[in-house]
Design a protein around this ligand. Structure first.
Ligand SMILES: C[S@@+](CC[C@H](N)C(=O)[O-])C[C@H]1O[C@@H](n2cnc3c(N)ncnc32)[C@H](O)[C@@H]1O
Ligand code: SF4
Length: 451
C-alpha cells in the first residue's frame, strides 16, 4: 500500500513514456538522414564484421484490433509476392555495398506477419539474405509466427532455411478477451503451432502475451499464464497493452471503458510475473522472462544484455540493418529508417536507391545517454566506471545527474560510489527513471502508459 502511494506520488499511474527501444526515440528522427547517409554507414561496416539484419513484412490477413504494429490487411498472396520481390532487390543492393567477409549474427523476420509469405518465397528470400550476408558461427535466425497463419509447408521452409528461434503471438487465451480485441485463436491452434515448431527441432520458442487488456482480471491472466506455461516456451515477452487509438485507428474497436486502470495493470503484471518466476523463469529487464538455459538469461547474468528495436537481445553486433518498409537500422553513427509506406519503399527500390526517409546522427552526448538508459532498462543499474571508460563521461557531471535523479525519485533509486541502482521496489518506475536521463523534448516522448 505504501509502495502504491509512493508510485502514485511519482506519477506512475498518469505518465506516458517511451519504451526506450532506442535513444533518442523515433519521434526525434528527422530528414537529416537519407539514402546517402545510409549507404555511407553501410559501406563503413568493416570487412569481416558481424552484423544483424531485421526484415519487415507489413501484411496481415486479418487486422487484430489491439495491434499497434505497422501493417496492412490483404486477402490475397499477390501483394506479399510483389513485396518479397522488392526485398530480393533490396538485399542485392545491400550485398553490392557491404565489405567482404561480413557475417550475420542475428536475422529476424518480423511484421506484420512474415509467415504470409508462400513457402517457395520464404526459401528464395532466405537464400537471398544468406547470399548477401552469410550466417556466422552461432548465428540466430528468428521469425514471428502467427499461429493462425502457418502450415507444415511454410514451417518446413523456415526450418530448412535455418530458423532456430520461433516467436509466436499469443496475447491472451481467454475467449471473451480474444473476441473484444479482435483476435480469435484457440488454445488448440496455438498448441498445434508449438508442436509443429518443436517437431522440426527449432532450438528455441518465444511467446508474446499482453497484460492490460479489456476485461482482463488477475484470475484471467493467471489462467492464461498457466496455459502458456503448459507449452514450455523458452522465453516470454509480457508486454503492457498500449492503447493509442489516435495512432492505431483500429484500436477504436476496443471497448476502452473495460480497460483496467493503471493500478489494475500493475497488479496484472505482478500476478503474471509471480507465476513465471515460480515456474523457474528468470526476469529479464522490464517485461521478459526466460529459462535459465536461454540466451537472454545467460546474457543478463554476464552483464551482456542489450536492448534494440525488437526488445531485449543478447546480440552484441554493432550494426543492425533494417530491410523493408518502415524498418529502422542502427549503426555506430546513428539510426536510419526506411520509408513507412510500402508504396514509397517499393518505388525507391525499383529506382535502385534505398528508401531511407529519416533518422538521427549521434552526438557524443547521445551515445552516453543511450548507454545509460540501456543499462537501466537491461540491468536496473548503471556503472559510473563504464561510462567514464567507454564514453569519456565527466565523473562530477555524472554524480550530479545521479543525485538529481535520487532527489526526484527518493528511495526508488539508490546511489553508490559505483553509480545508480533501481532496487526491486522501484522497478515499476524504470521507464520513468530512464526518461529522467532523456535530454530531448519530453512532449514528443512517446505515447504508451508508464506501466
Ligand atoms: C508485430 S506483432 C507480430 C506478431 C504476429 N503477426 C502475430 O500476430 O502473432 C508482435 C507483437 O507485438 C505486440 N503488440 C502488438 N500491438 C501491441 C500493443 N498495442 N501493445 C502492446 N503490444 C502490442 C503483440 O504482442 C505481438 O505479438
Ligand atoms: S497482431 Fe500480428 S496478425 Fe494481428 S494485426 Fe498485428 S501484426 Fe497482424
Amino acid at each position: 500500500m505504501e509502495q502504491e502511494s509512493q508510485l502514485t506520488r511519482l506519477g506512475l499511474f498518469d505518465a506516458r513514456v517511451p519504451r526506450y527501444t532506442s535513444y533518442p526515440t523515433a519521434p526525434h528522427f528527422s530528414a537529416e538522414v537519407g539514402p546517402a547517409k545510409f549507404e555511407e554507414w553501410i559501406e563503413a561496416i568493416p570487412a569481416g564484421a558481424s552484423i544483424s539484419l531485421y526484415m519487415h513484412v507489413p501484411f496481415c490477413r486479418r487486422l487484430c484490433w489491439f495491434c499497434a504494429c505497422r501493417t496492412q490487411g490483404t486477402q490475397s498472396e499477390e501483394p506479399v509476392r510483389a513485396y518479397s520481390e522488392t526485398l530480393l532487390a533490396e538485399l542485392k543492393m545491400l550485398k553490392d555495398r557491404l565489405a567482404p567477409g561480413v557475417k550475420l549474427s542475428r536475422l529476424h523476420w518480423g511484421g506484420g506477419t512474415p509467415t504470409l509469405m508462400p513457402a517457395d518465397m520464404m526459401r528464395r528470400v532466405a537464400n537471398a539474405v544468406f547470399e548477401a550476408v552469410p550466417m556466422g558461427e552461432g548465428a540466430e535466425f528468428s521469425v514471428e509466427i502467427d499461429p493462425n497463419e502457418i502450415d507444415a509447408a511454410r514451417m518446413d521452409a523456415l526450418a530448412e532455411s535455418g530458423m532456430n528461434r520461433a516467436s509466436i503471438g499469443v496475447q491472451d487465451f481467454d475467449p471473451q478477451i480474444q473476441s473484444v480485441i479482435g483476435r480469435d485463436q484457440s488454445y488448440e491452434i496455438t498448441r498445434a503451432a508449438v508442436e509443429m515448431i518443436r517437431e522440426r527441432d527449432v532450438a528455441s520458442l518465444n511467446a508474446d502475451i499482453l497484460y492490460g487488456l479489456p476485461h482482463q482480471t488477475p484470475t484471467k491472466i493467471a489462467d492464461s499464464v498457466q496455459k502458456l506455461l503448459s507449452l514450455n516456451p523458452d522465453r516470454v515477452a509480457l508486454y503492457g497493452y498500449a492503447h493509442v487509438p489516435w495512432m492505431a485507428r483500429r484500436q477504436t474497436m476496443i471497448p476502452s471503458d473495460h480497460l483496467p486502470t493503471p493500478q489494475e495493470r500493475l497488479k496484472l503484471f505482478e500476478v503474471a510475473r509471480e507465476l513465471f518466476v515460480a515456474d523457474g523463469y528468470d526476469e529479464i529487464g522490464i517485461d521478459h522472462f526466460a529459462l535459465p538455459t536461454d540466451g537472454l538469461s545467460i546474457a543478463q547474468k554476464a552483464g551482456k544484455l542489450r536492448r534494440n528495436f525488437q526488445g531485449y537481445t543478447d546480440d552484441l553486433a554493432e550494426a543492425l540493418v533494417g530491410m523493408g518498409a518502415s524498418s529502422i537500422s542502427r549503426f555506430p553513427q546513428g539510426y536510419a529508417q526506411n520509408a513507412s509506406a510500402t508504396s514509397a519503399h517499393t518505388a525507391a527500390i525499383r529506382e535502385g536507391r534505398f528508401s531511407t526517409a529519416r533518422g538521427h546522427e549521434f552526438t557524443a552526448e547521445d551515445k552516453l545517454r543511450a548507454r545509460l538508459i540501456e543499462a537501466l532498462m537491461c540491468d536496473f543499474e548503471v556503472s559510473t566506471e563504464e561510462l567514464v571508460r567507454d564514453f569519456a563521461a565527466d565523473r562530477e557531471e555524472l554524480a550530479a545527474m545521479f543525485k538529481a535523479c535520487a532527489d526526484h525519485f527518493g528511495d526508488m533509486v539508490q546511489l553508490s560510489d559505483g553509480g545508480l541502482r533501481i532496487p526491486m521496489k522501484g522497478r515499476p518506475l524504470t521507464r520513468m527513471i530512464a526518461r529522467h536521463f532523456d535530454a530531448y523534448d519530453l512532449s514528443k516522448a512517446g505515447h504508451s502508459s508508464a506501466i
